[in-house]
Each structure stands twice: as C-alpha cells, then as structure tokens.
Write a protein that binds this ligand. Structure first.
Ligand SMILES: [Zn+2]
Ligand SMILES: [Zn+2]
Length: 427
C-alpha cells in the first residue's frame, strides 16, 4: 500500500512538502515554506522525521527548500538528494530569508547549526538523466530537468514496485532552461500509481507566447511614451528568460540589470547542463553589449542619471527587496513609467499592495504573467501522457484546485484529487 500525507503545498501556494510511505520505506519530497506573515512552515510530523529514509529536493526556491533545516532540528539524519546546482544556490536563499526575518523583528524556528547539518547527495553522482538508480532494495529513483529554473528537477520513485511521479515546479515553455519530458523517458510498461503535479496556474490556459506578446505590447507602449519600465523578478528563474527575450525584442533600448540576476547564468557549469545550447553564447554576447549591470546604490544612481527610457530588471519578484523599492521610489511619480509584475504576489507583499492601489497611483502598475508553472492545459497533457492511477494537483489554492479537478472529472478523468495540508491518501 502506498500512503501520501500532505505536510504542505496542496490546496495552497507555498511550503511544498509531501510525505510518502510504502511498507518500511519513508521518503519526503521537498520541505518549503510559505513566506507570508513571517513564514508558514510545513506541518511536519516530528515523530516521523527520525524514521525518514531519504529526502528529495526538486529545486532551490523558498517554497520548496527553506524548511530543510527543521528536518534536521527534529531528528532527520539522512541526506538530501538534489542536483549540485540546486545545493549551490541554497545558501543565498537561507541567508536572504534570515535577513528578512531579522528585519521584521521575527525569529527563525531553527539555528545556523541546523542549516549546516544538511548533507547533500548529488543526483548526477548516482545516475544520468532519466536513468533508474537503485537506492536500496525496495527503492529506485529517476530524475530529469523540469524547465523551471537552474537546477530544477522532476523526480520519479519506484517504492516496492509502485511508481510515484513528482513534477516539482514544471514548465516546458522556458526559452533558456532545459526540460526533459518525463514520459519520453519512461517505458510503456511502467504504470504510474501516483502523480503529484504542479497545477499552480489553475484554470488559466494562455500559452507563454500569448502572454509574452501582451507584455511586449505594454512595454512598447510605455517606451514610446518615453517611460521607464521596472521588471521585478526572482534572482533565479523567469528573470533570465525575460531578460533574454526582451533584449531580442528591444535591441536598441537601455537595459539596467541587478548583478544577482546575471550571476548564476554566467557560470559555465550551469550553462552547459541546464541551458539550451546556442542560447548560451548569444546570451553572453548580448549581456556584455547591451546592458549595464549594477550592484549598489551608487551604480544604480549613475545608471538612472540620464532621463532616457530604460528597462530595469531588479530582484525580487514581489518587490520585498530594498533595491526594488528604491527603483520604485525613483519612478513612481511619473505617469509615463510602468511596473510590470510577472509572478505570484504573496499576501502582504509590496507588489500585492501596489496592485491593490494601482488605480490611485501616477505610475502604471500591471500584472502580466510569465509562466514558470503549469495551467490546466499543461496539467491535462501531463496526465494524458503519464496515465497515473491517481493524481494530486498542487501549488494552487484550494478553490482554484477544486475548479481544475471538477473540470477534469467532467471530461472523464478519474481519481484526480484536490487535497489540503494534513490530508492523506492511501491507495
Ligand atoms: Zn519554484
Ligand atoms: Zn514552487
């Protein structure tokens, strides 16, 4: 019998954490947090943590990784299986979260020693992309790139002969990041018992292309009026895609980019493994030719000194960072300028607050999605290809997930589940 417990991440956005048990094997997929109100942590069953055999980490984003130290605090002694690229990105996420919490005069539920206790095992040391590797006599594992960010993967497990697929955060629509189609790699005779699938965009069914042209049009409009555009993006993720696409579309414009956004793309080991060949070289050329990279207030001031229109890329995606708010303050009083938010805006975040009051602001603030997850169309494709006996949709709030489930059931799909934290499913 296969048993899954939702410790977080289904019926909500954030704190992805799925506990899976089959016979005597216990594993955990991700341990993230929800960054709202000082951090919401997964519903860990602390009695189970010392009994866990393996933890797998799909990627470095906060909503999948920042609760890892808690596992060690409460007794986990094993390894965290993840690609090398992900393990290298993590320290930055841990330190920015700690800084943010300190600034809010809140405290972390774990110590630095718990962070240092994390032991990594690199997926690529065990097996090539798409190949099964045997972790113990009852557990085989396989992985592939998930197209979501540098180092992001999907994971397939075979526990006592039953296959579980976890998409992690997944998209096949990235311009720069490679994706390995999980069904191309699997064999026809492999039956997936359970799939846990990224359905973050719920009922939304626009393609990346349609959304990007919308964004491009708005940017064009603002530039024509002589305005400057602010694009707040996560340090690693959709920012690199957007930067690449916009440089292609607007080769004559001035780009100002925060150093963090370029840094990870410039490491050659990352480029070969995670980025589409061919894009890499042109990205490097474009970067040196067209953009001004800045890292502190002095450089930002100099870059903004002349009044010509510009396209600015800053961290972070929800404008929580001091640099995002600094740029905003420089631009906010001019009605020609625009802020385009392209990803999820958590409750209480600076970006979300701006969207709420946008009608009363001189500057134009808009939300136009750039996709790094799946909507109903892509979820349907994934289910069609993998044909899982059971499917859990995750990464969106309960109401939205219910709508997707209702739609898919009406179309004749079976055993599609919309669950909540603390729910469990036995099959
Ligand atoms: Zn993510
Ligand atoms: Zn996520």
């Amino acid at each position: 019998m296969l048993e899954v417990k939702i410790w977080g991440g289904a019926g909500e956005y954030g704190r992805s954490c799925y506990y899976i048990k089959s016979g005597e094997i216990r594993i955990l997929l991700d341990a993230g947090i929800n960054k709202e109100s000082g951090g919401v942590y997964p519903l860990l069953d602390t009695n189970e943590l010392s009994k866990l055999d393996y933890v797998f980490l799909s990627h470095a984003h906060e909503d999948h990784s920042l609760a890892l130290p808690l596992l060690y605090k409460y007794g986990y002694q094993g390894k965290v299986f993840t690609p090398k690229a992900t393990s290298k990105l993590l320290p930055k996420y841990f330190s920015s979260w700690a800084e943010y919490i300190k600034k809010q005069k809140n405290s972390l539920p774990y110590e630095q020693a718990n962070i240092e206790a994390i032991q990594f095992a690199y997926m690529e040391d065990y097996a090539f992309l798409g190949e099964w590797f045997q972790l113990n006599e009852n557990l085989r594992v396989r992985w592939g790139r998930s197209g979501h960010m540098l180092g992001s993967i999907w994971i397939m497990l075979e526990l006592n002969g039953e296959i579980v697929f976890y998409s992690g955060d997944y998209t096949s629509e990235s311009t720069l990041i490679k994706v390995d189609n999980p069904y191309v790699l699997s064999h026809m005779n492999e039956k997936v018992k359970l799939a846990i699938i990224d359905a973050a965009y719920g009922m939304e069914d626009m393609s990346q292309e349609e959304l990007f042209y919308q964004l491009k049009d708005r940017i064009e409009g603002a530039l024509e009026k002589g305005g400057t555009i602010l694009l707040p993006v996560p340090a690693v993720g959709r920012g690199q895609d957007l930067l690449f696409l916009l440089i292609e579309q607007f080769p004559r414009e001035t780009f100002i980019v925060e150093r963090e956004i370029c840094a990870s793309m410039m490491q050659s080991e990352n480029q070969v493994y995670w980025l589409h060949q061919g894009k890499i070289e042109s990205f490097r050329d474009e970067l040196s030719q067209w953009i001004t990279i800045v890292k502190d207030e002095q450089e930002r001031k100099e870059a903004l000194a002349d009044k010509r229109p510009k396209i600015i890329f800053t961290t972070d995606g929800m404008m929580q960072s001091s640099q995002a708010q600094w740029y905003y303050n420089q631009l906010k009083d001019n009605e020609k300028n625009a802020v385009f938010l392209t990803g999820n805006q958590a409750k209480g975040s600076f970006g979300r607050e701006l969207l709420k009051k946008r009608n009363n602001l001189p500057i134009n603030v808009e939300f136009i999605r750039y996709k790094v997850h799946q909507g109903i169309k892509e979820v349907r494709q994934m289910i069609d290809s993998l044909q899982p006996a059971h499917t859990i949709l995750c990464h969106a709030n309960h109401i939205e997930t219910n709508k997707v489930v209702a739609q898919l059931l009406a179309e004749g799909y079976k055993h599609i589940h919309s669950l909540l934290p603390n729910d469990q499913l036995k099959m």
